[in-house]
Design a protein around this ligand. Structure first.
Ligand code: SAH
Length: 361
């Protein structure tokens, strides 16, 4: 832990400014350089009067993560940042540059995940260590600085990295509030998306608090026994409760909810399953994103649905009137399915630590 002031703690940073006696506009310029233009801490500090720079830099923590590794895909526009927390845990953020030049950033909210989905590398790591808001936000800053150096900027921020965002609700909300704050990042709410395994109350709370931020629900099946086989946590929340949550979210928000559907051969990809999904979604304002399975070492029993079957599945949904897209997968050569690179390493660290990672509820 650090006793330095977080750069995101606006009250404490303002107090420090008063103590060091420099003008508010200098602090605004520092924040603009660091959080809106992503010019880096050094350039941001140069916005302050020379006599206070040193003291400000000593008292304020800019980065809470260390960059342990950077892997650029040789196949496409993905870059994986392997980042280390002060506690020594590694996690990942993935930069995705698309053909149109737009950049999306996939951020992690936890190290490990209590949802324990069998097809997910992070789920196989076991209980989660939740990240702080500063650790979530530093992923945006570190990626932003890399993009700035390339003359690009991060357009979309998706909480689809490691962890279940709604098992770390407070820190995620704090991070989203900072992203939206005009004083801090001033990011457009419609360009933030939070993907959840499906925690009904939290989905509604999130929609109320951030009505313009997009929500995605990892549904993967509307057959209870299949969904529970894929997502052990699903046993806790029924499909009826989830549907009711989407209804409520639809009432609160103008945006449609994204339904994520991981396609696994012979498990959930039949045409009957597509019809059942369409029936479940009837009356909801949703769009579907079909996800090709990214095979992981620990789940050799599952195979990805082949393209013809995927297209046939999509056709059933489109026929029923649902906008359906197929997720474009990047970074196959850098194990961009989140969690794959750091899985083993974290297990070792967790074993070495006397203090165990905090389990989530
Ligand atoms: N906990 C959140 C974020 C997880 S990652 C959630 O469950 O939504 C974002 C998406 O990637 C989820 O839909 C998740 O089910 C999916 N996913 C996880 N592992 C995958 C894999 N190996 N291949 C394809 N998609 C995967």
């Amino acid at each position: 832990m650090t006793d330095r002031i977080s750069i995101y703690d606006t009250v404490a940073v303002d107090r420090l400014r008063a103590e060091l006696k420099f003008e508010p506009r200098r602090l605004r310029a520092l924040r603009t350089a660091y959080l809106k233009k992503f010019l880096g801490a050094q350039a941001a500090l140069s916005e302050l009067p020379a006599d206070v720079r040193g003291e400000f830099a000593r008292r304020v923590e800019f980065h809470s993560l260390a960059v342990a590794d950077v892997r650029d895909s040789q196949l496409d526009g993905a870059t994986k940042l392997v980042l280390r927390t002060a506690a020594g845990f590694s996690m990942e953020a993935v930069i995705m540059r698309t053909g149109t030049g737009r950049v999306s950033l996939c951020v992690s909210s936890q190290v490990g995940c209590a949802a324990a989905c069998g097809f997910c590398a992070t789920g196989q790591m076991g209980v989660a260590k939740s990240l702080s808001a500063a650790e979530i936000l530093d992923q945006v800053v570190l990626a932003g600085e890399r993009m700035q150096a390339e003359g690009r900027c991060v357009r979309n921020i998706v909480f689809m990295g490691m962890g279940e965002p709604f098992h770390n609700e407070q820190a995620v909300y704090e991070a989203v509030a900072a992203l939206l704050s005009p004083e801090l990042f001033h990011h457009t709410p419609g360009r933030i998306l939070i993907s959840t395994v499906g925690i009904p109350d939290a989905m509604v709370r999130c929609a109320r608090r951030f009505p313009e931020v997009n929500l995605a629900l990892s549904l993967h099946s509307v057959r209870p026994e299949v969904r529970e086989q894929l997502i052990p946590l699903a046993a806790k929340y029924s499909l009826e409760e989830l549907r009711a949550a989407v209804v409520q979210v639809n009432r609160i928000q103008n945006n449609s909810v994204m339904i994520e559907y991981l396609m696994l051969a012979g498990v959930n990809d039949s045409l009957d399953a597509a019809s059942e999904l369409a029936a479940w979604m009837t009356g909801l304002d949703v769009h579907v994103n079909l996800i090709p399975y990214n095979p992981i070492e620990s789940a050799p029993q599952w195979r990805a649905t082949e393209q013809p079957a995927r297209d046939a599945f999509a056709a059933v949904l489109r026929q029923a009137g649902f906008t359906t897209t197929i997720r474009y997968s990047l970074g196959a050569d850098i194990a961009a399915a989140c969690g794959q690179l750091v899985q083993r390493e974290n297990r070792q660290i967790a074993r070495q630590q006397t203090r165990q990672p905090t389990p989530v509820a």
